[in-house]
Design a protein around this ligand. Sequence first.
Ligand SMILES: [Zn+2]
Length: 107
Amino acid sequence: MIRIVKNDTVKVISGNHKGKVGRVLKVFPNTKRIIVEKVNLVKRHQKARSQRDPGGIIEKEATIHMSNVLVVCPKCSKPSRTRIGHLSDGKKVRVCKSCSEMLVTNE
Ligand SMILES: [Zn+2]
């Protein structure tokens, strides 16, 4: 099961962007990479595609690896590891290891 989903708040715990906190904008389950808002910005040169879209240099987030981040628990506000719990109806949920609160996926 994927432990990080879109709209999670995550904290970067290793790599060049250590310490940064942001919202997950996109998850690539196959490569286990994610895009986090304002983290790992790279400058891209974009060609003009139309008059309304003149191109130029834009800053855009590049992916980082899931293993470099921890989900920030909305309940205890700590960057937390999660475990997978089961609801009574058999559904899987992510549970914060620090405070045992369920992390709701708000997709
Ligand atoms: Zn917690």
